[in-house]
Design a protein around this ligand. Structure first.
Ligand code: MD3
Ligand code: FE
Length: 217
């Protein structure tokens, strides 16, 4: 019989630091994924994901919704955080406590104690959906990090620099991965390449990305 070389070894969660201020915890959430996704489903049932329009008038390929006191929205007027879902003319659903706690603890593990998210943007990618290179700069306080959870189909994430033209590095984001970015990385350009067709055992034919943010000062 082949001895199990990993038997009895502590499971050290894999941590990568692809750039200063960027920490990737591989597969951190694979074990609790089903429970966390059940909380996501409750949000989606209340505030269905929708293809928002950019200020330029294009409909986004990623379907979005939010939970928490504030939600990120875009329309012909521009990008902003809003306390009410413009589609339903109601507040966003509350941020599920299990999700919020997982985000706060990931931020602390990455070196950002005291993270107090007030917005969680939920992105749903069908195959072919993508997100062009952009900065996240609609938040009031760039000293606060952003925490992202990936579930379902994998994505090639593009990490750029502080100016748009800088070359990008590719990072594979897979089911259960947690990415934290802040400090010197907070305003780096980033994007997501078109999702390839496929079916994830738990999530199905899509990718979810949740980003926890501090939007208000
Ligand atoms: C590292 N979402 O919603 S999250 C967004 O996968 C957004 O849905 C992407 O960009 C997604 O605004 C990426 C991970 C991420 C985002 C921004 C970063 C990592 C980052 C900025 C700098 C460094
Ligand atoms: Fe972004």
């Amino acid at each position: 019989m082949t001895p199990d070389l990993f038997a009895g070894l502590p499971v050290t969660p894999e941590r990568l630091d692809p750039a200063p201020g960027v920490v990737l915890f591989k597969a951190r959430l694979t074990a609790p994924a089903a429970a966390l996704l059940a909380q996501v489903d409750e949000v989606l049932a209340q505030a269905p994901p929708r293809h928002m329009r950019t200020p330029g008038g294009q409909s986004m390929s990623v379907a979005m919704t939010n939970c928490g006191p504030l939600g990120w929205v875009t329309d012909r007027q521009g990008y902003r955080y809003a306390a009410r879902d413009p589609e339903r003319e109601q507040p966003w659903p509350p941020m599920p406590e299990a999700l919020r706690q997982a985000a706060v603890s990931a931020a602390a593990a990455a070196g950002f104690p005291g993270f107090a998210p007030d917005a969680c943007l939920i992105n749903r990618y069908a195959p072919g959906a993508r997100m062009g290179l952009h900065q996240d700069r609609d938040e009031a306080d760039f000293s606060q990090p952003i925490v992202s959870f990936s579930f379902g189909l994998p994505a090639l994430f593009l990490l750029g620099g502080l100016v748009r033209n800088e070359r990008t590095q590719k990072l594979l984001l897979e089911h259960g991965d947690v990415l934290v970015w802040g400090g010197p990385a907070r305003l780096r350009f980033h994007g997501v390449q078109a999702i390839q067709p496929g079916c994830h055992d738990l999530v199905g034919e899509c990718r979810f990305n949740l980003t926890f943010r501090r939007a208000a000062p």
